[in-house]
Design a binder for this molecule. Sequence first.
Ligand code: SAH
Ligand code: SF4
Length: 352
Amino acid sequence: MFITELRTGRARGDWEEVLALARALPLEELKRRADAACRRVHGDGVWLRGLIEISNVCPWDCWYCGLRASNGQVRRYRLEAEEIRATVRAGFEAGLRTFVLQGGEDPLWGAETMARLLGQLTEETRGEAAFTLSLGLQSRATYALWRRAGACRYLMRFETADPALFARYRPGTTLAERLRGLNDLAELDYEVGSGFLVGLPGETESTRQANWRLCWEQGFDMVGIGPFIPHPETPLGTAPQEPLSLAEESTAVVRLLLPEAHLPATTAAGSLHPRGREAVLAGGANVLMPNLTPVSVKKDYLLYPNKICVGESGLDCIGCLDLRVRTLGKRLRAGAGSAPRRQERAPAGGPG
Ligand code: SAH
Ligand code: SF4
């Protein structure tokens, strides 16, 4: 396949060629090619990222999300800094070297508080762990502060590349603002993760193509592709559940477009189907995110219903994930697993 170089040195597939494959090939063949592309760059490794859901408080009212401010059924929580530090310590001792702190845009987790926590976490893990934030749209100054304090990656999905759908489903914000945030993050030297939901009501084949195209143009370091799962306490609660195959297709296409990107097999895929994560790992994904959130609050972070593993500790899940990836001829890796374009600058890894 013809590969072009992005400004940043990342390789990418040829847009027209990949689009033609997506149109012509049956899903299983598309996935086979995506798996081959994935193995060429990433080998048989599946990186582990420990996810910590630090707060479910959010002022926004996204139509698709169970944590939206108007959902009065949610028992709101915010973890204390000490709980987060203890969770990272336990994960670090178990060998994990990447931690993702995710949450609603909780104003109490303000810029300075988060910066202090990042400083402590970096010190406590002796600079050997990578810290990823997923705390939504913030000012450039806040992103810069967090970068200086020790965060090196940021995840913020653009959700849908259709500006009208975006504006409808994320009232009060625009796609352009979200893209501005992603651009700030890239300029501040973060590894940038974005991505999209598949199966949103109103989405069409051409929306999905626009989603792929945006990922290709931006050359994201990480792309999260989640099947949309309707949550009953939201305005989209009665929308139909689209099949997992849409997420499998998008994962395979994005892998062919961005061979170097890290693509998670999402918990949403695992929640939609018992072997959903395996289905996407077999066709281009190379990351799993065990959920380390303390069990006492895990069931309160329901972006969507029927989320898996909310009753057990994330560290206990790793054994189960290990068995699952082995069935695919892959193996778990616990190192920092930076973007290939900057691996020589990555923090020293763990067992991986
Ligand atoms: N508040 C931050 C991060 C938390 S939400 C933000 O919005 O960026 C994390 C992700 O959950 C979102 O990017 C969205 O893609 C996903 N999500 C929300 N509701 C969902 C649903 N009903 N089904 C599947 N994924 C969902
Ligand atoms: Fe808040 Fe993120 Fe959910 Fe939107 S998707 S309501 S910003 S947690």
